[in-house]
Design a binder for this molecule. Structure first.
Ligand code: NAD
Length: 699
């Protein structure tokens, strides 16, 4: 043993360096120190003609050690380790299984030959965390596979298969063997027998000469469009360009400087928070990881409309047989046909094979009879948003479903406790609030009712993972967490338009902040009629909080429902989703202001941004106070995965901490005084945190 995680031993003429640091052989301090020491031992070992680097356990080195994230690394730092491998006077072979990611792949690239098992994957995921390869990866990868493919890998962050890596030139061989050690030994023996020379990647120039500089200009322009807010992708392009324009040592120095700039960028902290938020939300406070789960193998969905169809697809995609029930043959047929069309479109884009389409369609069993649901382990209701309809359905489910079946509702606004009351088994009733389009959106708000059983909560949280969603547990309130916060932004943005902002200006401010769509463009995508119908219902029921008819309602009355009708807040050219300002809407807004005696004033971009976002932060703090969300990270994940909150800002409350809670609290108090309204009353939690100089991150 060289140290507790790296060993050196000789097998015949091959000196074998083995990394054994479960679970994923992350390149932490002990691994780095062990690698340097083991390499030195191998170089000194007179009986070792060739060296072999392998990893024990389920994978090759799968990247940096997350426990060291955001902290300065202790020596030896990775570039030093890698320089030692590159300069090794003896031929060194790496044998790769599982995943070689980030720093792990950088080490492999510094070896002189690489072989991988067919199941292996190789990638540079740093960009996803606001970083870039910083230990020679941007210099060696282009030397092995050329700058175009290197940029593909580095900018996407996605791993490639061993077969692809071989085709690109990243590895020298793919092997169908099962064990990396046996395969590596075989290759190393051959290297001995055939006297393969030490062949450092740093010395190669064949793939980086004669490169057209236009490649880099084109990449930068494409990034300006695709990821206008992101810092690290542009630095990746700079680094790969350096690989083809500078000598190796200078390229490495340039990469280091760019890497450190990424490290210091606030985006890195934001993206790392967003990355861990996705994992964190799966662990529910107060719900031990060993809470028993109910066995879910078969699913039923009630309502074959927009949501029901999407939900059925989510489960069919994950291999669950799904019964899909609606009230009439017409609605059922339309629903099944809509599902078929979506699968066909995926197949046409090459995302699914014809066999996959058939297999998924075969898992969806339409039915008109509740009796067919008697053996379902989970039923998700997605019928009309009406309490009487839902209560009738749940009473029926109570009658037909087997004991222990989980009865879930996809309601967006109704009281889940009242729905549970329609059954004699409220402990089995839970909310599963999917987002539209349900087969695409990653967020799933799982809503715990007053009497929902713990094993039901544990089961639906686990199911979220099984169907590839980010499941976040929330409590019962109007709109739950995501839409309740969205409602605040919507109210504020409408007030700002009343005061003189234009919808385009408000949307521009939100997209400049990093949202993929502005509020009004999103309204057009979701349908102007959706909010209008809800407000109409609330007005009809005499809801005192339902607002007076506004200009959005007038648009809906004119049939301007948004993208689907070619016009909403914006107008759309036929076949285009590009929102264009419409003078008719400006006139409608002006008329609305005049009728209400409002005189428009110029509203600054900063005011729009602060009022929209601070209103959201204040509401989020109230949601935490009420215990509707358990932790700030839950709210961050909801907005990241359900509403396009920019990941490089970490999440709504992570961002609020960066702004500083005293700044936000003071602004909110100012708005409460000048603008009035209960919604601007400062959340006591926000007040307390600001006074104590703490952030949401300290909760
Ligand atoms: P939809 O109108 O597209 O579909 C509803 C379907 O339910 C229709 O096919 C209808 O025939 C069927 N249905 C009605 N009553 C039924 C009954 N008693 N038994 C069986 N089927 C019945 O509506 P949608 O947009 O899919 O919404 C469904 C639910 O999902 C609502 O509760 C809604 O609030 C919720 N939701 C909608 C969205 C969204 O963006 N559309 C998002 C999240 C949640």
């Amino acid at each position: 043993m060289v140290n507790s995680v790296v060993s050196y031993r000789r097998v015949g003429r091959v000196g074998v360096i083995t990394v054994d640091y479960p679970p994923v052989n992350a390149v932490g301090l002990a691994v780095r120190a062990g690698l340097v020491a083991a390499l030195a031992q191998g170089v000194e070992d007179a009986d070792a003609a060739v060296l072999l680097l392998v990893a024990a356990g389920r994978t090759f080195m799968a990247g940096a050690d997350i426990r060291e994230f955001g902290k300065p690394h202790q020596p030896p730092i990775l570039p030093e380790v890698i320089a030692a491998f590159d300069a090794c006077p003896k031929t060194i072979v790496a044998s790769i299984h599982g995943t070689a990611l980030g720093g792990g792949l950088e080490i492999a690239m510094a070896c002189h030959y690489r072989v991988a098992l067919r199941s292996a994957k190789l990638g540079m995921p740093e960009v996803k965390l606001g970083l870039m390869p910083g230990s020679g990866g941007t210099q060696r990868l282009p030397r092995l596979i050329g700058p175009t493919r290197a940029l593909d890998m580095i900018l996407s962050g996605d791993p490639v298969s061993a077969a692809q890596a071989l085709a690109d030139g990243l590895i020298d061989a793919v092997d169908d063997g099962e064990a990396a050690l046996a395969v590596g030994l075989r290759v190393a023996e051959r290297a001995c027998a055939e006297d393969w020379p030490a062949h450092p990647t740093s010395g190669r120039t064949d793939r980086i000469t004669g490169i057209d500089p236009a490649l880099f200009t084109a990449q930068r322009t494409a990034l300006d469009k695709r990821a206008p807010h992101l810092f690290s992708p542009q630095r990746c392009v700079d680094a790969v360009e350096a690989a083809v324009t500078l000598p190796f040592a200078e390229g490495v120095a340039r990469e280091r400087a760019l890497f450190l700039a990424c490290m210091e960028s606030p985006q890195r902290a934001g993206l790392i928070h967003a990355f861990f938020a996705e994992r964190e939300v799966a662990k529910v406070p107060g719900l031990p990881a060993n809470t028993p789960k109910r066995d879910v193998r078969t699913v039923a969905v009630i309502g074959a409309g927009t949501m029901g169809g999407g939900i059925a697809m989510c489960f069919a995609n994950a291999g669950f047989p799904v019964r899909l029930l609606d009230t009439g043959a017409g609605a059922l047929d339309r629903g099944v046909q809509a599902i078929g069309r979506i699968y066909e479109a995926s197949a046409q884009k090459g995302k699914l094979t014809a066999e996959q389409v058939d297999a998924r369609m075969a898992l969806i069993h339409p039915t008109l009879s509740y009796d067919d649901l008697c053996d379902a382990d989970l039923v998700i209701e997605a019928a009309f948003e009406n309490m009487e309809v839902k209560r009738r359905i749940f009473a029926e489910l109570d009658r037909v479903c087997k004991a222990g079946a989980i009865l879930a509702t996809n309601t967006s606004t109704l009281d889940i406790n009242a729905i549970a009351d329609a059954t004699r088994r409220p402990q089995d009733v839970v909310g599963m609030h999917f987002f539209s389009p349900a087969n695409v959106m990653k967020l799933l708000e799982n809503v715990r009712g007053e009497r929902t059983a713990e094993d039901v909560v544990a089961t639906v949280m686990d199911l979220a993972r099984r169907i590839g969603k980010v499941g976040v547990l929330v409590g019962v309130c109007y709109g739950f967490v995501g839409n309740r916060i969205l409602h605040q932004r919507g109210r504020e943005v409408m007030t700002l338009v009343d005061e003189g902002a234009t919808p385009e200006q408000a949307d521009r401010v939100l997209t400049a902040f990093g949202f993929p769509l502005g509020h009004f463009a999103m309204t057009d995508l979701a349908g102007v009629d959706v909010g209008w119908r809800i407000r109409e219902q609330r007005r009809a029921s005499g809801d005192p909080e339902a607002q007076a008819v506004n200009w959005l309602d007038r648009l809906a009355e004119q049939g301007r429902f948004g993208q689907k009708t070619g016009a909403g807040v914006y107008r759309y050219e036929p076949g285009s989703r590009n929102p264009l300002p419409d003078p008719a809407v400006e006139a409608l807004i002006a008329e609305d202001r005049a009728q209400r005696g409002l005189t428009p004033r110029p509203v600054s971009d900063d005011e729009i941004r602060d009022r929209c976002l601070y209103a959201m932060v204040n509401e989020a703090a109230k949601i935490l106070e009420e215990g509707i969300a358990a932790r700030p990270v839950d709210i961050d994940a909801i907005w990241l995965h359900g509403y396009g909150f920019p990941a490089h800002r970490g999440g709504l409350l992570f961002w609020a901490d960066q702004v500083g809670l005293p700044v936000i609290a003071k602004a909110i108090e100012g708005y409460h005084t000048t603008l009035g309204g209960a919604h601007w009353a400062l959340s006591p939690l926000l007040r307390r945190l600001a006074d104590e100089g703490r952030g949401f991150c300290d909760l």
